[in-house]
Design a protein around this ligand. Structure first.
Ligand code: HEM
Length: 500
């Protein structure tokens, strides 16, 4: 059978006949004599077209960039290990939830959402943690963020949600009008916005950050039991946050503080780790919840649905090359093992399309062949050819079924049968429970944390146009009257004393 490793075998002869790592070569492997001086006719030029080494180096440089991620472009990655520590076989038959002691390799990529690659890690932004478990069942991915709720539940709104947080298309400056204009027209976003403007806005480094998958997943057992779950990564280093002033100070000196810290910890052998946890909900509890259990703009009450420890993720290896591993990594919510299913909400299904579509643009159709994206299992199917094909499955039959000894379909894993009987139409997003949860979040804060939220909201709403400001304040009043009053007061104080 053809394997990726065999396809990558570059050993065309014995080692002592070929150059080792201590010799500069061109891209074809020929030794070169100079990488500093181009070939010119005389010391003042002109440059010779015959300088194939210059042409190769220049054109390679010109093609160095690939399209960056449309969101989360600023990131850093590390390899590590996941170990299952608790048995949930009564809820799920997937090894990552049922086989205590099972370990597999992981790749983790941390990011912020909006800032371009190279911008400050410390911007008050939603931070991402994407995980790829090289599971024996196939790649299992979780792309999570630092807040337990997301801003929108309908993927149709994703482009607008991202655009309103990007620089203004005309001035290319941050635009609070666009952000709050979006929020007042899509009021389900207020729950996430409370978290985004709270003391949780800026972690003190990725190692001090929790991350939430937000979606409800369906857990299944071999004998047909179904339970819903929401996953989270809980930091073992303890949650720590920076206030905007502290963050600005650090950012001024070291805008890449988060990535530097992460790699320093790994280099020093102080491997950062997270506990993979989940909340569980029965189908009956989901029916009685009063709102849609799978809506990602809403959280599950932690008192009723506590988090349960599954296993530990420890990051212990810095990838040898940032671009090769971190930039080319490709995650997708839909990469799941048998007995764990997604697609319980429209955003999940929207993401299942969006990520792979984005990666085909970013990496090409064969991006999945790259080392960081390859599953540990051998891949045998009908997918062939395309740009940059590294692994084309040798002489295996490329049609199915066949009598040529091709790979066999043996898996008993089938998607659960779901009866759907509802009206197909464009449903409006619910906003009632988001306001209730936003109010509960405010009430749950300490006085110190309330002050931070009030100050951040005031700073965010104050630069907006008067009509947008008024509607934003009306929305805050629906969340909590006291909060709205305090934000209004804070904005007046800021007007009197803009630079405290
Ligand atoms: C509402 C629908 C959503 C859509 C359409 C969407 C779309 C995308 C797209 C297109 C990318 C870039 C993928 C790539 O180029 O490889 C991305 C990245 C990312 N998204 Fe989403 N997203 C959505 C919701 C979410 C949610 C709910 C979360 C977390 C709970 C999330 C977390 C992330 C993370 C962490 C990344 C960076 C992945 C990496 O490091 O490569 N997204 N998203």
């Amino acid at each position: 059978m053809a394997t990726i490793e065999a396809s990558l075998n570059l050993d065309h002869g014995s080692d002592d006949e070929h150059h080792g790592p201590d010799l500069y070569t061109n891209d074809e492997g020929h030794p070169i004599d100079n990488l500093s001086n181009s070939l010119t006719a005389g010391p003042c030029g002109p440059l010779m077209m015959a300088d194939s080494l210059f042409l190769e180096t220049m054109s390679s440089f010109n093609h160095e960039r690939i399209p960056p991620r449309g969101v989360h472009p600023n990131g850093i990655g590390a390899y590590g290990v996941f170990e299952v520590t608790h048995d949930y076989s009564q809820y799920c038959s997937a090894p990552i939830l049922s086989e205590v002691g099972y370990t597999c390799r992981v790749f983790a990529r941390f990011s912020n959402t909006i800032g371009d690659a190279g911008t400050s890690d410390l911007a008050p932004d939603v931070h991402g943690l994407a995980l790829k478990l090289y599971d024996k069942e196939g790649n299992t991915d979780f792309a999570m963020t630092s807040h337990e709720v997301f801003g929108i539940s309908d993927p149709m709104k994703f482009a607008s949600f991202v655009h309103c947080q990007r620089p203004n298309p005309c001035s290319y400056l941050p635009d609070q009008n666009a952000l709050w204009d979006f929020i007042i027209h899509n009021q389900e976003a207020i729950n996430a916005m409370m978290h985004v403007h709270s003391h949780e806005a800026i972690p003190n480094g990725y190692e001090h950050m929790d991350a939430y998958a937000c979606h409800a997943y369906k857990l299944l057992t071999k004998d047909g039991k179904t339970t819903y779950a929401r996953f989270k990564c809980k930091t073992n280093q303890g949650l720590e946050f920076l206030n905007p002033k502290e963050a600005a100070e650090i950012s001024g000196k070291d805008p890449h503080y988060f990535r530097r810290r992460l790699y320093e910890l790994i280099q020093n052998g102080e491997y950062p780790s997270w506990i993979l946890e989940m909340q569980l909900m029965t189908l009956k509890e989901a029916e009685e919840l009063g709102y849609c259990y799978s809506n990602i703009t809403l959280a599950w009450d932690e008192d009723k649905f506590p988090f349960h420890e599954i296993g530990t993720i420890t990051l212990n290896e810095i990838p040898g090359n940032h671009f090769e591993h971190t930039e080319q990594a490709a995650f997708c919510v839909d990469n799941l093992p048998c007995y764990i299913e997604g697609h319980q909400d429209p955003a999940f299904t929207g993401r299942a399309f969006a990520y792979k579509n984005a990666q085909q643009y970013r990496l090409g159709v064969n991006g999945r062949h790259l080392k960081v994206n390859r599953p540990k299992n051998e891949v045998h199917n009908l997918n062939r050819d395309g740009h940059m094909c590294i692994y084309n499955q040798g002489c295996e039959p490329n049609y199915y079924p066949n009598s040529m000894g091709g790979p066999q379909i043996k898996s008993k894993c089938k998607p659960t049968e779901t009866k759907i009987c509802d009206v197909v139409k464009r449903y409006k997003s619910d906003t009632k429970h988001q306001k209730i949860q936003a109010g509960e979040f405010y009430k749950s804060l300490t006085e110190e944390q309330k002050k931070v939220l009030v100050s951040n909201l005031a700073g965010s709403i104050r630069p907006t146009r008067k009509d947008i400001q008024k509607k934003s304040m009306d929305l805050l009043k629906e969340v909590d009257h006291e909060l709205a009053k305090r934000v209004e007061k804070k904005m007046k104080e800021m007007d009197l004393n803009p630079d405290p």
